[in-house]
Design a protein around this ligand. Structure first.
Ligand code: FE
Length: 199
């Protein structure tokens, strides 16, 4: 019997296949482009309703990042576009959610003096965000990752990190729930990610 549901969440559990999808070489070089618009509302939201797990903030977070959707001009390396959404546990999109990203450049270095590779944005009326950046580099002890804080209006802050199936290798211990299943696309690689927030 078909359950009645307003939404038919697309299970985003591509983790298993993602772990086998890593291609280590031949990634195109980033060609930064002007700021991208917010995520297209035509894209289906991939949502399994499972709250996105938190991860440690790490030592390099800075408050006061600029509001922008593109960091790609500063990072070098492989252009990476992440399109996604913020939802609640019922997969309802959350408009106006604050999403603050910070990461290394392609060589694995943070900008701790300025705001290079740091930026925040708000989800659009359909709960979508879009980040144009570069694949972060590896630094000692860490696989390539992007730190992020997400907060629905009036809600608590989720602090977590994203990892990439196409980063050359997927380290043991990376939580598959935080893996962005990237695929090649014009100019670089891209993937989708949905942050599912608890109230
Ligand atoms: Fe880090």
């Amino acid at each position: 019997m078909m359950p009645s549901a307003l939404l038919s969440p697309v299970l985003a559990l591509a983790a298993a296949s993602s772990l086998m999808a890593c291609a280590g070489t031949g990634l195109p070089t980033a060609t930064p482009t002007p700021m991208t618009p917010a995520g297209s509302s035509a894209l289906a939201i991939e949502c399994d309703g499972v709250p996105t797990p938190p991860q440690t903030e790490g030592p390099y977070y800075k408050t006061g990042s600029p509001e922008r959707r593109s960091l790609a001009g500063e990072g070098g390396g492989t252009l990476l576009t992440i399109r996604g959404a913020v939802t609640d546990e019922a997969c309802n999109p959350i408009a106006g959610a604050w999403v603050d990203f910070w990461q290394t450049d392609a060589t694995g270095n943070y900008d701790n003096n300025g705001f290079g590779m740091r930026g925040h944005q708000y989800t659009d009326s359909s709960g979508r965000f879009s980040l144009e950046t570069v694949l972060p580099g590896r630094y000692p002890g860490r696989p390539p990752h992007i730190h992020v804080k997400v907060r629905a209006p009036g809600g608590p802050v989720l602090t977590t990190q994203l990892y990439f199936a196409d980063s050359g290798s997927v380290d043991a211990g990376v939580n598959p729930a935080l893996l962005v299943d990237t695929t090649p696309e014009a100019g670089g690689i891209g993937g989708n990610f949905t942050f599912v927030l608890r109230p």
